[in-house]
Design a protein around this ligand. Structure first.
Ligand SMILES: [Mg+2]
Ligand SMILES: [Zn+2]
Length: 246
């Protein structure tokens, strides 16, 4: 955490330049201020984390940055049988688990971004979506694969359930879910991509500045293998790079 935060807004706090090559030293005035208001400094840093993301992630320690693969869920990881939420009825797409493992092994983050309007429509509840994702994680663990984060959008503008009946910015083709993940993880955007099975997936990725590929529905591992660039330098412990304080 300290390593990350030293690079945030250093000019504003009166820190001297050139953090890339030299350790950062606070000026006398800044040291005095931090000493007298340590709590205030922490709050200020948290507030600045989001707006300074670009500055931090681009100029921060390179070892923190990793590319990511954003997977759509239904029709990419599992067969799209329509509003699936029961693990007993889930069928993995051929090569899906091996695909996630390959992405893990290549040093990328693995994220899932999925529209779940079945929640707004009253077909199932958010807890069912979470339970299914936990089940998927357990299944993946058996083959040594893992997903770093799931994001789902429970909304729909025509939903039955009132609190989910909204025009949100997370339902694809809006980029809200991807953007939320980019806020929380140090993602190397230029080397990242999304795999979807619909045009709305591609549109969401493009709106977030991420490359996208339309999955042809065959074998996901075979599809993704040529798209991955091995990044052995980036094989760090997946949880050591979180910057949202857990
Ligand atoms: Mg889909
Ligand atoms: Zn939404």
């Amino acid at each position: 955490m300290a390593l990350v935060l030293t690079h945030l807004g250093r000019e504003r706090r009166g820190l001297t330049q050139d953090a890339k090559t030299k350790p950062i030293h606070a000026t006398k005035a800044a040291r005095a201020q931090m000493k007298s208001h340590p709590a205030a400094r922490h709050v200020e840093m948290k507030r600045r984390l989001s707006e300074d993301r670009e500055y931090h992630f681009q100029r921060g320690p390179l070892s923190l940055m990793r590319p990511a693969v954003f997977f759509d869920r239904d029709g990419v990881l599992n067969e799209d049988d329509g509003y699936a939420f029961d693990p007993d009825k889930i069928r993995w797409v051929e090569g899906a688990q091996q695909a996630v493992k390959a992405v893990n092994d290549a040093g990328y983050f693995v994220f899932v971004v999925t529209n779940q309007s079945g929640v707004a429509r009253g077909f199932y509840e958010e807890r069912h979506v979470r339970k299914l994702h936990e089940w998927m994680s357990r299944e993946l663990a058996i083959v040594g694969a893992h997903i770093d984060a799931f994001e789902f959008c429970p909304h729909h503008p025509d939903g039955l359930i009132e609190r989910y009946r909204v025009l949100c910015n997370c339902r694809k083709p809006q980029p809200g879910m991807i953007r939320a993940l980019l806020e929380r993880y140090p993602v190397d955007i230029d080397s990242s991509f999304l795999i979807g099975d619909k045009q709305s997936d591609v549109a969401a990725a493009q709106a977030a500045g991420i490359a996208a590929h339309l999955f042809d529905g065959s074998n996901l591992h075979a599809f993704i293998a040529p798209l991955l660039k091995d990044r052995p330098l980036h094989r760090v412990q997946p949880h050591s790079v979180r910057v949202d304080g857990g």
